[in-house]
Design a binder for this molecule. Structure first.
Ligand SMILES: Cc1cc2nc3c(=O)[nH]c(=O)nc-3n(C[C@H](O)[C@H](O)[C@H](O)COP(=O)(O)O)c2cc1C
Length: 213
């Protein structure tokens, strides 16, 4: 008797990293999720708020465990990798990622770096081969929604201070995620100067609606 296999339903992994409730990057990811849900009615969204529940920093036990073959790991080593396993499973399960990023000190929030340290793992998300390192996540796409106080246009002197976009582009590509789009709401410092929030957010929200659809 023929058995029918149901098609896999789309899954979106939604990460936020700003510590602020009034966060601009959070407003952008909220809009992305809202639009994505309308175009993927059967889809599932996995929400992970990295500021509310920061991943633990990797330590010597974690590193030792990551470089120990799976079958030879002690119970303590397995426990050390448990969160990493959970976070990597989310990356594997999702087809698409949306990541909200607040620029902090010209780079990413520390909680997002903690997440990266947990998910960039030898043998799980990358491997070393003859041709060098190889990313192991396949067929995924990511949208990175950034908010920054200043404006950092690539190719300008200010652009050299932006370590958010180049770092995320490279680290995602290292684990195999090469289809990455960026939307930046730059110049949020103008809000302190009295600029209206809706006016400031309008162009970024429009771009978000386009990339989420
Ligand atoms: C701790 C901290 C560090 C910041 N560092 C920078 C920075 O280096 N460059 C910049 O342009 N804006 C910086 N800002 C401004 C934020 O990028 C801006 O407020 C942005 O809206 C933060 O994203 P969020 O609204 O999603 O939290 C910083 C803000 C904070 C709170």
């Amino acid at each position: 008797m023929a058995t029918s296999v149901s098609p896999k339903l789309p899954v979106l992994l939604h990460l936020d990293s700003s510590p602020l409730e009034s966060s601009i990057s959070r407003e952008l990811t909220r809009e992305f999720v809202k639009v994505w849900k309308t175009t993927h009615r059967e889809g599932e969204v996995i929400d992970r708020d990295l500021a509310a529940r920061p991943p633990q920093p990797i330590d010597a036990t974690w590193i030792g465990a990551a470089y120990t073959p799976e079958g030879a790991r002690t119970l303590q080593q397995k426990e050390a990798l448990a969160l990493s396993e959970e976070l990597i499973t989310e990356l594997e399960k999702a087809d698409e990622y949306v990541i909200g990023v607040a620029m902090h000190n010209f780079s990413i929030p520390s909680v997002l770096k903690l997440w990266i340290d947990q998910v960039v793992r030898v043998g799980r998300t990358f491997s070393y081969g003859e041709g060098g390192p190889k990313g192991l996540l396949e067929g995924k796409k990511a949208t990175i929604l950034i908010a920054s106080g200043g404006v950092y246009e690539l190719g300008t002197p200010a652009g050299t201070w932006n370590f958010v976009e180049p770092y995320l582009r490279n680290i995602l590509s290292f684990i195999g995620v090469t289809e990455v789009k960026f939307v930046t709401a730059g110049g949020a410092a103008q809000l302190r100067g009295g600029m209206d929030r809706a006016t400031f957010l309008k162009p970024a929200l429009e771009q978000v609606r386009t990339v989420a659809a």
